[in-house]
Design a protein around this ligand. Structure first.
Ligand code: FAD
Ligand code: UDP
Length: 400
């Protein structure tokens, strides 16, 4: 009867839905499947398509391209970074030239203030920091050098993120600027972290208050996402968003895999989980033109739950009546933002790396797949080098 027909119709629609979900995403063969549309994935896809003429499918489980560098206009129309401040800086002219094919640049030199009990002083520590904090009159580099030498407590050998700072500036400055911030950011004491972490931040005796001294410092003129869109804009590249590799790996017909997600996840955590540090981002738009004097203010005190506050208009040069800011709250669970540099984590990574080396037809690239605390330019450099090696092997195989 009629109601039975309705049930059958409904069932047919349901089955159709299931079938549609199960059929391959497309019947096309892709030479490469690239997992991840961040810097690592975008560079690999761009090179494979544009330089080698390969057909490439890029997927990302997020609903946008750009990975952690993704930026977008928020409800107030202000260009913000969803995953915290991303400032481009590099000493590599090759990397600048490569990325300049996809974007113009807005010169920008990053400056950071640290909030020490309400007093804002330049970070990295420089002569002005010392003068302002302690009401000193150190007038020359030599005077500042002597001041720090008096306080320095040389540690040998320098192994940890505590050693590397205490050796240079002594315990008091270490505690004021580094200990609390690091304990919040990493959920452990600097003495438990590899020296490479705090060694990212120099100490200066001059008055240079820039965060970086790289020869090239600039922001993509239209933002990162626009730059990624230009990189991926090629007839041989398709992009599917909101797609997890695990869900589709059997439904896509592809030759070689480029994996830029967490390496331990790729291998089903077979040796246990690699530790990552995560962040909660609190994004806010304020009904005032400016909140702070510079793009980033750091809060080293453990009494404050966040590590830093970013005000985007300083980075982008945008003018607006309102201002948008982000507070960063470090946490253990959540998206894997930071590999945690410690000897035991490096040892665990090495075991996964050995598996990766034995896995033919998969290229592991990027901050998560190689478990490296890399900046954007380093990831671009790593991806370009990986591509070049791979292309050379391909060319040799064709000759044979
Ligand atoms: P990601 O950008 O993480 O991209 C990997 C992509 O793969 C992600 O989009 C993810 O969704 C996707 N993915 C993973 N697994 C899967 C899967 N199974 N299926 C589908 N998709 C998957 N660098 C700088 O140079 N300057 C800065 O100022 C700076 N600030 C930073 C601030 C923060 C808070 C963070 C976390 C990083 C910062 N970085 C900065 C580092 C920069 O973000 C990275 O170097 C760069 O984005 C790494 O690119 P990637 O492609 O390796 O990884
Ligand atoms: N750091 C700190 N105090 C600061 C700034 C940095 O202790 O005011 C330490 C902290 O451990 C941090 C590391 O130095 O994780 C590297 O700082 P960077 O600004 O490079 O961190 P990122 O931008 O990668 O989060």
């Amino acid at each position: 009867d009629q109601s039975w027909e309705k049930v059958v119709d409904a069932m047919t629609l349901l089955i159709d839905d299931v079938l549609v979900a199960r059929v391959p995403m497309s019947s096309v063969y892709y030479d490469y499947l690239v997992v991840g549309a961040g810097f690592a994935g975008a560079v690999m896809a761009e090179r494979l398509a544009r330089d080698s003429g390969k057909r490439v499918l890029v997927i990302d489980r997020r609903d946008h391209i750009g990975g952690n560098a993704f930026d977008h206009h928020d409800e107030a129309g202000i260009l913000v970074h969803r995953y915290g401040p991303h400032i481009f800086h590099t000493n590599s002219q090759d990397i600048v030239e490569y990325l300049s094919r996809f974007t113009q640049w807005r010169p920008y030199e990053h400056r950071v203030l640290a909030d020490i009990g309400g007093v804002k002083v330049p970070m990295p520590i420089n002569r002005t920091t010392l003068n302002r904090l302690y009401d000193l009159e150190l007038n020359t580099d030599e005077e500042a050098e002597a001041y720090l030498a008096d306080r320095a407590e040389p540690v040998s050998p320098i192994k940890t993120s505590a050693d590397v700072v205490i050796t240079k500036v002594g315990r008091e400055l270490y505690e004021t600027f580094f200990r609390g911030y690091t304990r919040k950011q990493w959920g452990m004491d600097p003495s438990e972290l590899d020296k490479s972490v705090t060694a990212r931040v120099p100490t200066r005796v001059n008055t240079d208050d820039r965060y970086f001294t790289d020869s090239f410092q600039a922001m993509p003129a239209q933002g990162y996402t626009a730059m990624f869109a230009a990189m991926l804009d090629h007839d041989l590249i398709e992009v599917e968003l909101g797609v997890d590799f695990e869900e589709v790996r059997d439904r896509i017909d592809f030759g070689t895999l480029v994996f830029t997600g967490p390496i331990d996840e790729y291998f089903g955590h077979c040796y246990g989980k690699l530790p990552y540090r995560s962040l909660d981002f609190r994004h806010e738009t304020l009904d005032q033109e400016w909140l702070q004097d510079v793009a980033v203010v750091n809060y080293p005190s453990e009494a404050v739950p966040y590590t830093r506050v970013t005000e985007y208009k300083h980075l982008t040069g945008q003018r607006a009546r309102q201002t948008s800011v982000t507070y960063e709250y470090p946490c253990a669970e959540g998206d894997p933002y930071y590999p945690i540099p410690r000897p035991e984590n490096e040892a665990l990574f090495k075991r996964y790396e050995a598996l990766a080396l034995a896995t033919s037809d998969v290229l592991f690239v990027g901050r998560l797949a190689t478990y490296r605390y890399y900046n954007m330019d380093q990831v671009v450099g790593q991806a370009l080098a990986t591509y070049r090696r791979h292309a050379t092997r391909l060319a040799a195989a064709v000759k044979d």
